[in-house]
Design a protein. Sequence first.
Length: 729
Amino acid sequence: MKTAKWFFCASLLTVASHLGAQTATIEAKVDALLEKMTVEEKLGQLTQFTAAPTDLKEQIAQGRVGSVFNFGGSVNTNELQRIAVEKSRLGIPLLFGHDVIHGYRTIFPNPLAIAATWDPGSAERSARIAAIEARAAGIRWTFAPMIDIARDPRWGRIAEGAGEDPFLGSAFARAYVRGFQGSDLSAGDSLMACAKHYVAYGASEAGRDYNTTDLSERTLREIYLPPFKAAVEANVGSMMTGFNALNGIPATANPWLVEGILRKEWGFDGFIVSDYQAVEQLIPHGVAATKEEAARKALSSGIDMNMVDGAYALLADDVRAGRFPVAVVDRAVRRVLRAKFQLGLFDVPYVEADGEDRLFLLPEHRAAAREVAEKSVVLLRNEGGLLPLSKEIATIALIGPFIEDGGEMLGSWHAAGRPEDVTTTIARAIRDEVSPETTVLLAQGTGLLEGPDSEIERAVATARLADVVVAFLGEGGKMSGEARSRVSLAMQGRQEELLKAVVATGKPVVLVVKSGRPLAIEWAAENVPAIVYGWFLGTEAGPALANVLFGDVNPSGKLPVTIPRSVGQIPIYYNHLRTGRPATENQYTSKYIDSPNEPLWPFGYGLSYTQFAYSDLAVSSPTIEPDGSITVSALLANRGDVQGEEVVQLYLADPVASVSRPVRELKGFKRVALAAGESRRVEFTITPDMLRFWNEGSWVVEPGQFLVWVGPDSQKGLEGTFELRGPAR
Ligand code: BGC
């Protein structure tokens, strides 16, 4: 045993000293290159373009470009790389970036849908496969994960993140970084990740993209920063700053955020890229008068690479004349070159020509995309157990604009994903699923945006012929994502009208909501017996949905975000602060006169085809010592007659503190699979650091009484209490 221990320690030491030596070698190589570089070449390494500039190749040959993005494909990347490596004076390879957000060629569900799995392993797996495929196309760096917390579904980019909660968001941030980067950045199947958009971009006022944000430091620290901290702890290689200003200071020129928090407090040593033209946008932001001034501000605030607008190149004269410190330029160049060495780009700058054919859309990639899609589906309503449907049903009608449209399954930012890869559309998948005797009728009923009355009438007539109707309705794939803010969260065009007409036939209707974001579907929530949130599930959307609808897969997704009743309730999120007048019957309490406060469905909510019951909450001790821990557990039973998976959630609350604390905060979750009739005790550990909050410039933990819930969502659960010991407040 002793020998084994000794061997283990010796191996660790060898690995550590090997890593140390590697780092030293990289630093020496960076130094040597920096010595040789002209000012233009240095600023070139900090300059990133898309394929747009007509003289791109010339600029690459002159060493004026460090990175090119959204220009994947082995032929394209190899061609440009050859110019950088063979024609430029110093032969520094280009770094190819791409928005590989939820898959490269095999498309996974949109990230908000993946967050609905509450399974970080699914995110990691999707990122791993995306990395393998993107690498085959010559890409070495992805602008993902997008880890902006978003509490406002009007903001279209809510579809790209993990939802409203910092604890869940941090778990997904770590998982994506691990999945993209693997354990070695230079491995043949790794992509460098880029956590974005630092920070609070998701809080854009009025849900309008690119708008300003204004937050207390407490909200920033407790809600918006944690996923970024988690990404840093997972060794993310790079970060992208947001388009937004935070409390009046644009994130592209915010030394407090970048140099202060990110670098000094957290020790982040990767490089930082601006967002698209965000450096020159410091002019319309009103903090720079000229493009040169914008460049000076951004670079000295710690933004190492300049995306698209070429502003940094304008600093050459200032640097040569000593008007802008060369040390600031060198610092940024060093970070970029270091990343290029870490990625092994100097050793292997090119990509093999046949990788795309060998690695795209492999059966195992499709299988993973399908499994993740199945786990992403959230069952929201199932009156009378309408779902799952029988495969022996005589006649089924499929309604809505999505049923035969493969491209619409991909959602926004689908990289190299192609509509024709979605070979099994919803209609085909359901035909494959049901018995040969079943008649499957199709009627679009309306286009996404419009359609004539006659189409609605035809859909109604089709519904009348069926035993059950499944309506796939919502908003198009391009309706969420960047620059897709909405003031309405209704289904697009005439789809709700179509739904009402179909429900009026009296036939049992299942609604599958297709959307990247929460839609406020109050009428449907009250009038449609079965509702499934079906997101944009990617290349394998059809089979995944069919498997859930017909019970091959028991749905287990939970909402990573609150679904409001109406736009008027926004912002609405479960972990809100308290009010002095919580809503009661009394009129003069915090409520609306024309709507309930409650959302349609709360954060964490999701049903199953089986019934899970929670009982017997046990708190291991009524008190936690300041350096101690306790466990909280509950008995989970599968009371139904099918196997199922439940995401058991742990929430805490601090009812009396020196500042008003949220009504609840998620602090743990576990996915538990139980056979029919099976029970299991599910346990969580609580430590004092889970009770901390930000107050007057630091994290504090205050002793006192706390509440704990273990349950199925953010509104229900078994409640217990415990006390944290310590000096009195
Ligand atoms: C988006 C980023 C994206 C970049 C490059 C910007 O408009 O905000 O998220 O990575 O474009 O495509």
